[in-house]
Design a binder for this molecule. Sequence first.
Ligand SMILES: CC(=O)SCCNC(=O)CCNC(=O)[C@H](O)C(C)(C)COP(=O)(O)OP(=O)(O)OC[C@H]1O[C@@H](n2cnc3c(N)ncnc32)[C@H](O)[C@@H]1OP(=O)(O)O
Ligand SMILES: O=C([O-])CC(=O)C(=O)O
Length: 371
Amino acid sequence: MTTTRGLEGVVATTSTISSIKDDVLTYRGYSIQDLAERSTFEEVVYLLWNGELPTTEQLCSFKRTLAENARVPDELFTFMKKYPLDYVHPMAVLRSAVSNLGIYDPDAERMDKQSNKDKAVRIQAKIATLVAGFSRIRKGLEPVPPNESLGFAANFLYMLKGCTPTEVAAEMFDKALILHADHELNASTFTARVCVATLSDMYSGITSAIGALKGPLHGGANEQVMHMLEKIGSIEWVDDYILNALENKKKIMGFGHRVYKNGDPRARILKTMAKKISGLQGDGKLYDMSVKIENLIKEKKGLLPNTDFYSATLYHELGIDHDLFTPVFAISRTSGWAAHIMEQYNDNRLIRPRAEYNGARLRKVAPIDQR
Ligand SMILES: CC(=O)SCCNC(=O)CCNC(=O)[C@H](O)C(C)(C)COP(=O)(O)OP(=O)(O)OC[C@H]1O[C@@H](n2cnc3c(N)ncnc32)[C@H](O)[C@@H]1OP(=O)(O)O
Ligand SMILES: O=C([O-])CC(=O)C(=O)O
């Protein structure tokens, strides 16, 4: 048997959903740059689930269906109000909330294609409502019901803050959702596929994926980037902090990637967006610090930022609470998880690799008084 630590370089499945080739990321054959410039998140979700971009009519109907499914059962908010709100992490809440959604879906166990597509719509529509609702509940506010007249991105910001976002904010957030929607066989997507390859249901798959995304080596890195920026505090402390961290072999959050060795194309787009929004409404402090960190780490370690690095500045400038950065990532990635889950069901085989055993040799159980 040969083993590969972290399954690096192992090709574990075929997929028609997204591809990373020569450092270019595509969804169903369209580059993410192109999609971010010329489409909306709803169009991208439709593309991921159906293989083609929607026509005007198909998009209208899809947006309507998403909007109609955005409300969540009241019970979920009632549960949230009882959680230990002084310390619980929103990703832990989201992991439980999506699992709970499954309990209230009478079709949760149905496995035909149409039922799975309907469930994907329901989860995608409701996950934004759950994140925004929890954010308000922990501040002692009531959740804001979804506004069916707004697009997905604008509606999330509306439910979060209770007022309609500016056009620029909605557009930036929409692009960020597009950029995070799918990413080949990343850890959370692989988790989802492993889960549903047992023929478990879609709620189980998405719940498992949320658990995997939560970790700081994966989606949880965007929140950690923000903590680092806060700890550094000011541009003149960047050198001290980063050089010290590198000397102590600490990982710098938001840098490095298992697949991209010449840089993450999403990070380049997010950097431009972070610069734009910082110029429009911030003081540019976080952006300037981030650029200095990027240059220093590149010089000292040859490492480049990944998608989580500049998304932190962008989300901060959009007024999103720092511990909601990863739940926001989950809102977007739900589209990719659902696409992969449906692809897995279409041509399923149980995913069950082997482990090379290197533990103790075969031995006898000694009676307890002789151990
Ligand atoms: C959406 C996403 O999931 S994007 C990734 C988000 N995660 C992060 O930003 C966390 C920080 N980054 C990392 O931990 C890693 O780069 C990962 C997990 C993303 C990829 O890891 P791997 O492919 O397993 O690389 P690995 O961790 O083995 O690192 C290889 C070498 O680069 C170094 N390295 C990699 N990333 C970093 C980093 N962010 N800071 C400092 N050193 C790093 C490692 O210390 C290691 O050095 P060594 O060979 O001297 O021991
Ligand atoms: O692909 C990965 O390993 C992590 C990543 O960038 C993502 O999930 O967006």
